[in-house]
Design a protein around this ligand. Structure first.
Ligand SMILES: NC(=O)c1ccc[n+]([C@@H]2O[C@H](COP(=O)([O-])OP(=O)(O)OC[C@H]3O[C@@H](n4cnc5c(N)ncnc54)[C@H](OP(=O)(O)O)[C@@H]3O)[C@@H](O)[C@H]2O)c1
Length: 330
């Protein structure tokens, strides 16, 4: 698979990457470890060698599984991980009350002060079983720490060779401007899908103008855009999707109707709906990489197939026209 350069750094990622949130189980109603390991290995075999994880995904579990899966093939993969969402520290800014995979209550805090960034990086290296991280990203803004302090900590880790490039996630334009004055900003990881396009107004133009990569997360809107959910689908305990407005009955019906209208195009490309949706996302201006979450090798095989075809202008126009007709309730 082709590799794409992240901004002005020397780090490259695959246009479709393996998203490792669900394999940590947290907010996804659990996950199967063996399936997860096979999924990552399948991803690498298919050339989808970039893997995006985070400490908070399963409170260390996603990173641990990633480390186990890439043991012996570290040089073939690009590991993208994060810091700054803490479950074992109450400094910083309260972010979310949640439950771990065992149902225990946990409060999450955004905290990215210098010593915390350095410590978190060491912990990630240990869990991942590696001595370097390709891209280390702040997971979400921390209003209690100056952006410059966080970016300077990333510069230290780059100087030490523990991190190859610095990235941000969920940053708006003013925060990216500040970050890029302190470090060479590789990328911003942001929510982007056919159903969630607000970054097109500000983040995308800024990143294009300033040569900063965009990693699009939840491109399948957490599975909704595969068309596999029936309107009365019951999610497992601990699967947060059940509480999201995207998954209201009316919205599942509207999205499935929209996807049905895309089926003839998908068939003509010998593609599935998920592949068509991922391909559309990847071909939008400024998008460097789509992070496609997957739980098992079958989903990986399908998602990696996004690279086997392209959409021409007429096909993109047709999809956009159908998308404009889609109405969702909030
Ligand atoms: N920086 C951030 O704040 C942030 C936030 C969210 C995500 N992310 C990153 O972005 C990645 C991707 O986003 P995401 O995982 O939220 O959502 P996503 O990629 O839109 O959806 C992933 C989920 O959809 C289902 N799925 C995926 N491929 C499928 C296929 N081919 N057929 C059927 N079902 C399929 C799977 O769940 P089921 O099998 O359970 O349906 C999978 O876990 C994450 O893994 C994470 O690395 C980052």
């Amino acid at each position: 698979m082709e590799l794409r350069k992240l901004g002005r750094t020397d780090v490259h990622v695959t246009p479709v990457a393996f998203g490792a949130w669900a394999i940590g189980g947290w907010m996804w109603g659990g996950a199967e470890r063996n399936d997860a390991i096979s999924a990552i290995r399948k991803s690498v075999d298919l050339g989808m060698t970039s893997i995006d994880t985070a400490p908070v995904y399963g409170f260390g579990l996603s990173e641990e599984i990633t480390g186990e899966a890439v043991k012996g093939i570290r040089e073939k993969v690009q590991i993208l991980t994060k810091f700054g969402i803490k479950w074992d520290d109450t400094r910083g800014e309260f972010f979310l009350a949640t439950r771990d995979n065992q149902g225990k209550s946990i409060d999450l805090y955004s905290y990215s002060a210098r010593e915390s960034v350095i410590r978190e990086c060491e912990e990630s290296l240990k869990r991942l079983g590696t001595d370097y991280i390709d891209l280390l990203q702040i997971h979400r803004p921390d209003t209690t720490t100056p952006v410059e302090e966080t970016m300077d900590a990333l510069n230290t880790l780059i100087d030490q060779g523990k991190v190859l490039a610095a990235g941000v996630s969920n940053y708006d334009v003013p925060l990216m401007e500040r970050a890029s004055r302190t470090t060479v900003l590789a990328s911003n990881q942001v929510a982007y899908s056919m159903l969630r396009r607000d970054i097109e107004n500000d983040v995308v133009p800024w990143c294009r103008e300033n040569n900063v990569g965009i990693l699009a997360y939840s491109p399948l809107q957490r599975g909704l855009l595969t068309g596999k959910f029936s309107p009365d689908h019951k999610f497992r305990d601990g699967d947060a999707r059940g509480g999201l407005s995207w998954y209201k009955k009316e919205n599942i019906i509207s999205v499935n109707n929209f996807l049905d209208r895309l089926r003839p195009l998908a068939a003509s490309k010998d593609a599935t709906l998920a592949q068509l949706v991922l391909r559309w996302t990847l071909q939008q201006p400024g998008i460097t990489c789509v992070l496609a979450g997957a739980r098992d090798p079958e989903q990986v095989l399908e998602n990696a197939g996004t690279m086997n075809f392209t959409l021409n202008d007429d096909e993109l126009d047709f999809m956009n026209k159908e998308l404009n007709k889609l109405e969702m309730v909030s």
